[in-house]
Design a protein around this ligand. Structure first.
Ligand code: PHE
Length: 356
């Protein structure tokens, strides 16, 4: 009845299936669907031949074509799900933070633990010794006014002792001179002013912190260094109290074979004043290159609080007396650990720092 070529439905189906299954991505699958099931596909061509068939034949072949298309569509849907899952996991894989790398590194080398810097360790140990002796720990600002760093410490603008401190000035003159503190002694003034204002005299305090001087770094000097200030203000405080406190601190901190020695000196804010030396920690007093054969190393300064300083803070020197001291924490660390060159403390070479 018809001249149309008989349809080979099996061949039609296997071609469509092969085209769909060849897709390796969702994008390729979309193209394969167009090719296998779209308007220009063999399948669509087969539909168009139906009109030439007689009615019963048209129904039979029509139904078979319809079922074939449905099978191909559900095959495509299943393939799409598979490909989508594959693409999603590939994207996740590419995006993943590979934490296992840290573990791999740790298996090869032991975990390296950080630790506190030797200067921080020294500061903490210093604080512990003074706290055990009944001192409170205080702090003050690193940028100070001329009043706190110099003037209240009995160094008016023209005072020659200002030359002892090569200062970094942040602001000069009006409205105020601001200087990076050259020592921790300004904290003395702040402690006394605060105690007077609050009516909390006496004072037994230490104040550790950073100081700054326009020095060139060498084996025993750093332009940024650390000091600890001590201040005691009470009734009937004597030079003996100062010497005893210094000696007690020295043996507690450096060990029983290290002692202190006070040499007459000058500071504008103490009277009398002294230089504070300790037994050389390298030769224990026998004499060596580090101590220039003296058996002693200089650590800082001290003295009895000058009446002019008391008066600048509103304290009556007839009623109160006191002592103060200030010494280098970096130098304590240097002597405690026998570090030949202080600059090693700020070079941040881990091979050096890891030793402490
Ligand atoms: N501030 C002095 C200095 O840095 C040390 C010192 C402190 C001296 C307290 C006496 C009393 O040189």
């Amino acid at each position: 009845m018809t001249n149309a070529r008989p349809l080979d439905l099996d061949a039609l189906e296997s071609t469509a299936e092969r085209v769909l299954r060849a897709a390796t991505s969702t994008a390729e699958l979309a193209e394969a669907e167009t090719a296998a099931l779209g308007k220009r596909s063999e399948l669509a061509g087969a539909h168009r031949t139906l009109g030439a068939l007689d009615e019963s034949e048209r129904r039979r072949v029509g139904r078979e074509l319809h079922e074939l298309r449905e099978r191909m569509e559900s095959l495509a849907a299943a393939l799409r799900l598979e490909l989508q899952a594959k693409e999603r996991s590939a994207a996740l894989e590419a995006d993943r933070l590979d934490l296992s790398e840290v573990v791999v590194a740790d298996l090869r080398s032991p975990i390296v633990r950080g630790r506190t810097h030797p200067v921080t360790q020294s500061r903490d140990a210093l604080e512990d010794v003074f706290v055990a002796m009944g001192f409170k720990v205080a702090e003050g600002p690193e940028a100070e006014t001329d009043w706190y760093n110099f003037e209240a410490l009995n160094m008016p603008p023209s005072h020659p002792a200002r030359g002892m401190y090569d200062s970094f000035f942040l602001e000069l003159g009006e409205p105020e001179t601001i200087v990076l503190r050259t020592h921790t002694s300004p904290v003395q003034i702040r402690l006394m002013e605060a105690a007077v204002a609050a009516g909390t005299l006496p004072i037994h305090a230490v104040a550790p912190g950073r100081c700054f001087r326009r020095d060139t770094a060498d084996a025993s000097h750093l332009p940024v260094f650390h000091q600890v200030e001590g201040l005691v203000v009470d009734r009937k405080i004597t030079f003996g109290d100062l010497a005893g406190t210094i000696e007690a601190f020295t043996t507690a901190y450096f060990g029983p074979e290290v002692h202190s020695r006070l040499r007459p000196s000058y500071f504008p804010f103490t009277e009398p004043s002294a230089e504070y030396d300790i037994t050389c920690t390298i030769c224990l007093g026998a004499g060596c290159r580090t101590c220039s054969n003296t058996g002693w190393l200089e650590l800082g300064g001290c003295g009895m609080v000058d009446p002019a300083v008391f008066m600048a803070c509103g304290i009556d020197p007839a009623e109160w007396s006191g002592f103060a001291f200030g010494f280098g924490i970096d130098r304590c660390a240097q002597m405690r650990h026998q570090i030949p060159d202080m600059r090693a403390l700020v070079e941040n070479d881990l091979r050096f720092l890891a030793q402490f």
